[in-house]
Design a protein around this ligand. Structure first.
Ligand SMILES: *[C@@H]1O[C@H](CO)[C@@H](O)[C@H](O)[C@H]1NC(C)=O
Ligand SMILES: *[C@@H]1O[C@H](CO)[C@@H](O)[C@H](O)[C@H]1NC(C)=O
Length: 362
């Protein structure tokens, strides 16, 4: 028990820590993913890009987006917020992007949409870091949907030909599109993402039930522009801004372990206080082992076979079991009863899974 207490104190220290230490800033332990309670609706919204549906009016906005590297970086110059609700058919997403000059050029489905200013959704329906979906759309309502079998850092490949089953999107511009001579208010996005489009990526069952969770994040890409001959143009060679709901700590959205978390509820709207996944602390420890193994492998060409060989400090790691060969590893941890009493494991490709006891017959 006392070791558990030390352990949670240690995690609080890590979580609250400074950005000055680069190694810690890049460690997933330094990130506290944001949470949002997704309430059930009796009536689906009309997907027209306008958020005028009575149902949306009852649903609370998320906190404003922050820089992808964290709230301690430059605040975004325009506000972005999202909301979500659900029913037995779909997850509904709304977003509001303040923007004085709404512009978009790309009209072809599955083009690289973030070359325009865009809004992006990332969903890992069973939270295992593998088989996750990315959807990008611009102010012309042009979409790019892709499937990642695993993150790029683990050798993942994007599958562009994949299409989200039954997806509906719409955009409404509050102002004038591609007219830099006036000042716009911004644009709004409305999405219906049917459960059947997530079910095919997941071992979790959809639609969710009260208390189920989903790893999800939202990102907005914004470019610095100049107006030349009445046209909006990107400032050459300037990287994009990435404003996100739940910050990643690094300029990389392809780290599902630091995405935010949706908590589904059937309770009355506004009545539930978000609490993070009780096993999160333990999953974060496993991710820290994974990143330490990656660093070790980069240096030595093999994985460490003992935890003591890794650059990990803290009591919590005493509870981690490591099994490794030079080419692969599996780190596992048992959560206490209060956090589910489950055994979780992570492997060299960041696959995070619950280890279930095999029954005697197997
Ligand atoms: C947006 O695009 C979708 C799919 O191509 C289409 O069904 C919808 O009508 C469009 N509408 C608006 C308002 O953006
Ligand atoms: C492997 O790399 C780590 C640093 O990541 C270093 O501390 C360790 O000494 C190296 N081990 C070997 C056997 O080279």
């Amino acid at each position: 028990m006392s070791s558990l207490k030390t352990f949670s104190v240690m995690l609080t220290l890590i979580a609250g820590c400074c950005a000055a230490n680069v190694a810690q800033a890049e460690s997933p332990a330094a990130i506290q993913p944001r949470g949002y309670v997704v309430y059930k609706t009796d009536k689906a919204p009309t997907i027209d890009g306008k958020l005028s549906d009575e149902e949306w009016g009852k649903i609370p906005w998320s906190d404003a987006f922050v820089d992808i590297e964290g709230a301690d970086h430059d605040a975004p110059r325009h506000k972005t917020r999202m909301k979500m609700m659900w029913d037995d058919e779909a997850l509904y997403i709304a977003a509001q992007l303040d923007e004085p000059n709404v512009w978009a050029t790309l009209k072809e489905h599955d083009a690289v949409i973030f070359y325009d200013p865009d809004f992006e959704v990332f969903i890992d329906p069973d939270g295992d870091n593998h088989m996750y979906a990315e959807l990008e759309l611009n102010a012309l309502n042009t979409t790019w949907d892709l499937l990642l079998n695993m993150p790029y850092k683990d050798g993942g490949k994007p599958i562009n030909a994949w299409e989200i089953l039954g997806l509906k999107t719409a955009v409404a511009v509050d102002g004038t599109l591609n007219d830099p001579t006036d000042v716009d208010k911004g644009w709004t996005v409305e999405i219906a993402w049917p459960w059947k489009g997530l079910q095919e990526l997941s071992t979790a069952k959809f639609p969710p039930v009260d208390g189920d969770r989903l790893r999800i994040d939202f990102s907005r890409v914004e470019w610095d522009v100049v107006v030349k001959d009445g046209k909006t143009q990107k400032v050459p060679k300037r990287p994009e801004h990435n404003w996100v709901w739940s910050p990643q700590g690094v300029i990389n959205m392809h780290r599902p372990e630091t995405w935010g978390e949706a908590l589904f509820s059937t309770q009355p709207i506004g009545s539930v206080t978000y609490k993070q996944d009780p096993a999160r602390t333990y999953k974060t420890l496993l991710h820290s082992v994974y990143y330490a193994q990656k660093a070790y492998h980069d240096k030595n060409g093999t994985f460490a076979t003992e935890l003591a060989q890794l650059d990990l400090a803290g009591e919590g790691y005493k509870q981690v079991t490591l099994q490794a060969t030079p080419l692969s590893f599996r780190a596992s941890i048992q959560t206490p009863e209060a956090a589910g009493g489950e055994t979780w494991m992570i492997d060299q490709n960041s696959l995070l899974q619950e280890l279930k006891e095999k029954s005697a017959e197997e």
